[in-house]
Design a binder for this molecule. Structure first.
Ligand code: ARG
Ligand code: ZN
Length: 854
């Protein structure tokens, strides 16, 4: 039943052109598909189709009789297809009842589509695979007053009136594309218009389509779009190709956004923002996702994937490109820290658990389940290593070669790597192992007085017993007590182990290894607390300076977790004192920017602690985090209030990195005051909550208040609700804050929230806000040893699965942590997974639950 990479065979027909004629009606849309085909190899023509009704098929104008084709739940098979012919297929679907949010569906009264990966087959019968490229002409007809805008990929070539109060538009996309990049949108919108002049002087109109009244909240996305377009020209030499570019925001969306050719579709949560309603994190994410989808135009659309096993070819590369863009816009050091923090929290956990898979997997049941941190984030790390290994100039040469030689094709990872070999005359064959081997390698560092030895190892992962060494760039430097005593060096570890001479053998030096996180590995550095304190104070590499603090905090938290588990008093006085005084030095130093300071203050997550331990009680880890926050707050008592006061901004709101950094550090101080019950914490939080003119401050204050507890929490939550009732994106935050807090009424409060009039179990954003955040960010309640957290979560997953298997399977991923938990919770979660498997789950959910269970 699984699909195998090794089974790949090219399609036996080519599609010379495709015409789609949509007669849009909310409950019964008719689609007439016309395919001009030519045969490339023998055999019947197999077309995918799901959840649609076949009305007729004809070949060269002759309607086929029922005996001339085979029809199953998932396929239409045509037996005697002439070598060159025109096939016409008429199908019908019901967009209003399509709760999978794949294919054609209705969101907020508008038609929209999502086809990646396999949604097009819910629109019409078609070879739904990325290596079948064709040019599309799309005609859309719909009621004119309800659906004034009719959009599809490419350029509009015709439009006019149709009988019965309807109208039509015709769109042509001159660039051959696979059907997963098809998009259609019809409805009423507010629009925001602008334009961009490309490097060759072409003027491109840019339009963003949003809900009525939301146009001003698309300003930031528009600005980010123009900056992305310019950046791709300067950084990669890539120019936009069509005559117009459009983005549409929709409320019901399975994930973040989609790069459909010339017509990107976004989850409105990743597009709409203004100071009062969006946090700095929202602005940052919007900037990066707008860039990501735009960059796909070259890495994904002009060059697409041969099959879905090559997903990282477009996703890893495009994430790398958006990370580089954000680094240029907001500062490289801080961006690197944030990217690595996310990689470690999500991808390292995935790589260490039952869902581990290679960046290029070799089999899957549902490709939807492989839009993972491994394919996206680790995929981006591989591209970054390639750049490190080759150097910026050769990296660019390889990219240029790739764009020039493979434009218009559906490519493989091998072809990508071969482009770099061809352009730079290097042998990169060993590098392919990074794509094939799952798991996070461990880099062991052992030094003596005159040399250092780097050794790599990689543990077995599901289905992969033996592993081979991979080329690993290691950036390192020797640091003495007054700062660096050597320049940074780059060592490439190709085999299992390598020994390098130290540049000088002064005693009392510390190695700063893996600067800038030059390879996606765990490190066993043998550094001691004193070394980390030295790095925290004096490593010239910002990333490693930050990381030294994280290592110290993680060690503390692990010790604390162990103590709490066994009911002992934690003995961490000295370690804590040294760590906090290093934190304090960072906070008070004029040399670091506020974003960096805020990142230094933020402690490792419960997930990170669990990764470092065996079979732990997650609620003990959560208590350890609370305990550490409180201890830091106590010890910085004299510093936090002045810091908080100094960072107040009075000018107009700006979402830029400098202003966001001030808010981040100010709110981190407030949070620490809250965690340590500073007498000023509650009054300040209340004042900030009441007076805030931006959402970052308003929400941070609400979170601090909700942690302080008491009656003012309910008052603030109701006030917040009333103020924002009409903004669904803010109401998502309202649900999220409650999902992440220790609710006074326990799990009943959470169930009550699912009955709230604003809760909508069909809307993925809302479900993720409540149910997703509960499982990922409320360890106290989710992992409650009475099992009620798990019961609630499983019920929500199964409920979701009956409508939207993709989102249900994604939620269920939260259970992958079970092997890291204590025995009692392991048993509880295994029971939950068995219950899911016994409930007759969708194929999406069954693949995830089955693999997690092992
Ligand atoms: N290609 C889209 C993006 O990365 C995401 C599509 C996700 N599809 C899915 N089935 N989960 O920008
Ligand atoms: Zn993408």
């Amino acid at each position: 039943r699984p699909t195998l990479l090794s089974d790949y065979t090219p399609y036996n027909f080519s599609l010379d052109s495709v015409t789609l004629d949509f007669d849009l009606r909310v409950e019964a849309t008719q689609v007439t598909t016309t395919l001009s085909v030519s045969r490339k190899a023998g055999g019947p023509m197999r077309l995918n189709g799901e959840g649609i009704t076949l009305k007729s098929v004809s070949i060269d104008g002759q309607i086929l009789a029922r005996k001339d084709y085979q029809l199953t739940q998932t396929e239409l098979v045509l037996d005697n297809v002439p070598d060159n012919c025109v096939i016409e297929i008429i199908t019908q679907c019901n967009p209003s009842q399509n709760a999978t949010l794949m294919g054609l569906y209705v969101s907020g009264g508008r038609f929209c589509t999502q086809c990646e990966a396999e949604g097009f087959r819910r629109i019409t019968y078609y070879p739904d695979r990325p290596d079948v490229l064709s040019v599309f002409t799309v005609k859309i007809t719909a009621d004119k007053s309800k659906f004034p805008y009719l959009l599809a990929n490419g350029n509009m070539t015709d439009n006019g009136e149709a009988p019965g109060g309807r109208h039509f538009a015709v769109w042509e996309d001159p660039f051959p594309k696979p059907c997963y990049l098809f998009a259609l949108v019809a409805g009423d919108f507010d629009i925001l218009e602008d334009s961009f002049t490309t490097m060759s002087g072409r003027d491109i109109p840019l339009t963003i389509y949003v809900d009525r009244g939301d146009a001003p909240r698309a300003d930031y996305a528009m600005d980010a779009l123009k900056r992305s377009m310019r950046w791709d020209e300067t950084a990669f030499g890539r120019e936009y190709d069509l005559d117009r570019f459009m983005i549409v925001a929709v409320r019901d969306f399975n994930f973040g956004a989609m790069e459909n050719k010339g017509l990107n579709i976004f989850n409105s949560s990743l597009l709409l923002a203004d100071g009062p309603s969006a946090t700095d994190m929202n602005f940052e994410r919007i900037e990066s996702v707008v860039a990501h989808e735009y960059f796909h135009n070259w890495t994904g659309n002009r060059i697409t994937c041969r099959d879905w096993f090559q997903l990282c070819l477009k996703e890893g590369f495009t994430v790398f490109r958006d990370q580089e863009f954000s680094a240029d816009q907001r500062g490289a050091a801080v961006q690197r820290i944030k990217d690595v923090r996310a990689l470690r929290a999500r991808q390292f956990a995935e790589d260490a658990g039952p869902l581990a898979h290679p960046v290029r997997p070799s089999q899957y049941e549902k490709i939807d389940n492989f839009y993972t941190a491994t394919i996206y984030e680790k995929g981006a790390e591989l591209i970054r290593m390639l750049k490190t290994l080759l150097g910026a100039d050769d990296f660019r040469k390889g990219c240029d070669y790739y764009f020039e030689t493979l434009d218009g094709t559906a490519a493989t990872v091998e072809q990508f790597i071969e482009s770099f070999e061809a352009a730079t005359d290097r042998d990169l064959s060993q590098f392919m192992l990074w794509y094939e081997q799952a798991g996070t390698p461990v880099l062991d560092v052992k030094r003596d007085s005159s040399s250092v030895t780097f050794t790599q190892s990689l543990r077995a992962t599901p289905g992969q017993k033996t592993k081979r060494p991979m080329p690993m760039p290691i950036k390192w430097q020797v640091i003495g007590k007054d700062g660096p005593v050597s320049d940074p060096q780059m060592t490439v570890l190709n085999g299992a182990s390598i020994t390098v001479d130290l540049p000088n053998d002064r005693p009392d030096t510390t190695l700063s290894v893996l600067q800038d996180f030059s390879s996606p590995v765990r490190i066993n550095s043998r550094n001691e607390t004193g070394d980390y304190l030295r790095l925290m104070g004096g490593d010239p590499n910002s990333f490693n300076r930050w990381d030294a603090g994280q290592t110290l905090a993680t060690k503390l938290l692990s010790t604390l977790t162990g103590a709490i588990e066994s009911g002992r008093m934690p003995r961490v006085d000295t370690a804590l004192r040294d760590y906090v005084s290093a934190l304090r030095a960072t906070l008070l130093s004029p040399d670091f920017d506020n974003n960096f300071k805020a990142l230094t203050l933020s402690s490792p997550s419960v997930m990170t602690i669990l990764q470092t331990r065996k079979a732990s009680d997650p609620t003990a880890a959560a208590l350890a985090v609370d305990w550490l926050h409180r201890a830091i707050g106590d010890r910085l008592r004299g510093d936090l209030l002045p810091l908080y006061n100094d960072l107040q901004d009075s000018g107009p709101f700006s979402p830029d990195a400098a202003a966001a950094g001030r808010r981040a550090l100010k709110n981190a101080s407030l949070a620490l005051m809250g965690a340590s019950f500073h007498p000023q914490a509650a009054p300040l939080a209340l004042e900030q909550f009441n007076d805030a003119t931006n959402m970052t401050d308003e929400l941070s204050a609400l979170v601090t208040l909700s942690q302080l507890g008491g009656r003012r929490v309910d008052q603030s939550l109701s006030r917040f609700y009333e103020k924002w009732e009409h903004n669904p994106l803010v109401i998502d935050k309202w649900f999220a804050v409650q999902a992440m807090r220790k609710l006074p009424g326990g799990i009943h409060d959470l169930s009550d929230l699912t009955e709230h009039s604003a809760y909508d179990r069909r809307n993925p954003n809302r479900v993720r806000a409540l149910v997703g955040n509960f499982a990922m960010s409320n360890p106290h309640m989710f992992h409650n040893i009475d099992g009620t957290g798990y019961d609630f979560f499983t019920a929500q997953i199964l409920d979701m699965d009956s409508r939207n298997p993709q989102v249900a399977a994604r939620l269920a991923g939260a259970y992958e942590i079970w092997p890291k938990l204590d025995k009692a919770r392991q048993a509880l979660i295994q029971d939950q997974l068995r219950a899911i498997m016994a409930a007759g789950p969708s194929q999406n959910l069954s693949e995830i639950a089955g693999k997690i269970l092992g």
